[in-house]
Design a protein around this ligand. Structure first.
Ligand SMILES: [Zn+2]
Length: 344
């Protein structure tokens, strides 16, 4: 199991990145990766802080998280003899830093500027392939520096999406347990409970999170970090990703560009919890309280998109046993499921 060595969450922690990284003996040269907006916001505080602590760093703008972009950054890191990479942003830059650093066998630091999914702390990176997105096993960040001041300035929609990704651990863990029973797959109780804890915190604090207080933001950020750590402990994304994620991935294919990852996972959780016999009404109500979409129309998707994705979901990751293997949804039963729980 590999875990982050330093996790700091709070306002203005990005300004102290230099002193935070100093104790980690990462070496001297770091490359910070981000998009243009994050660079504009962060470079004024991050670069001087790194310089004050004796780091030689440079900033590199990155594009979409594609295999080509990961290769380009890895080549750059080798050429500049970088000792570590820093991924600063919502997800894309963190994914690129995660995968390029893994390829170069150097550590990476995660500086999330939004709290939209658990990739900010997990060992898994996703890149766009030609036909579909791929999830790749790499290493978790050596340090996570989550500046809640920046995160609070990100669009509320992103935080809400993070909550959907967290609530999805409810069905992900159920699917993992089911697979353990049916196929004998390894089941880690500790990591499963850690992932569930993250989901339960969001359920309990839904009201507070919806009012976007700094306390609420910290709850979401810490839950996302714990959830990524749960995946690190399990050594797989199992505690964090089950049938509801398969639905979300299927929606990426059926209705590309409609809805955020966590929003689709949230809707998937409502439907999969019905299949698992969980209290789907409570899950639906929590998502509504937080302001996360519960109906296809809210993300601009149609009933047909949802039905197609439900039928397709089972074949997305054949090796992953979930409730979808047992439900064997047809177009007709998928329509009934989605309509019963109010997603369509
Ligand atoms: Zn997710």
């Amino acid at each position: 199991m590999e875990l982050p060595r330093v996790v700091v969450v709070g306002p203005r922690v990005a300004e102290k990145i230099g002193s935070t990284l100093q104790d980690l003996e990462l070496g001297n040269k770091g490359i910070i990766l981000s998009g243009p907006i994050v660079k504009e916001l962060l470079q004024w505080s991050v670069l001087p802080s790194l310089a004050d602590s004796g780091f030689k760093s440079s900033w590199e703008l990155v594009g979409t998280s594609s295999f080509a972009e990961v290769e380009r950054v890895a080549a750059l890191a080798r050429e500049q003899k970088a000792d570590f990479l820093v991924g600063a942003g919502g997800g894309r830059s963190i994914d690129i830093a995660k995968l390029a650093s893994f390829e170069c066998k150097i550590p990476f630091v995660s500086v999330p500027t939004s709290a939209s999914h658990d990739g900010i702390s997990s060992p898994f990176g996703s890149v766009k392939g030609l036909d579909r997105p791929y999830s790749i096993v790499a290493k978790p960040p050596i340090a996570i520096i989550a500046d809640t001041l920046f995160i609070s300035k990100a669009p509320q929609k992103l935080l809400v999406s993070g909550c959907g990704d967290l609530i999805s651990k409810k069905t992900a863990v159920k699917d993992w347990e089911l697979s353990h029973e049916r196929t004998g797959e390894y089941f880690g109780r500790y990591s499963a409970n850690l992932a569930l804890l993250s989901a339960n915190m969001i359920m309990e604090d839904a009201e507070m999170i919806s009012s976007i207080t700094s306390e609420g933001i910290s709850v979401v950020v810490e839950a996302l970090i714990s959830s990524g750590v749960a995946a690190g402990i399990a050594g797989s994304s199992r505690p964090c990703s089950g049938s509801e994620h398969l639905f979300s991935h299927a929606m990426d294919i059926v209705a590309p560009g409609k809805g955020l990852h966590g929003e689709k996972c949230g809707m998937g959780t409502i439907m999969m919890s019905k299949l698992h016999g969980l209290d789907y009404k409570e899950i639906r109500q929590t998502l509504q309280t937080i302001g996360s979409p519960v109906r296809a129309g809210e993300i601009g998707a149609t009933s047909d998109d949802v039905i197609k994705a439900l039928v397709l979901a089972r074949s997305i990751r054949k090796e992953r046993y979930t409730i979808l293997e047992e439900a064997k949804l047809s177009e007709e039963s998928a329509r009934k499921l989605a309509a019963d729980v109010g997603v369509i």
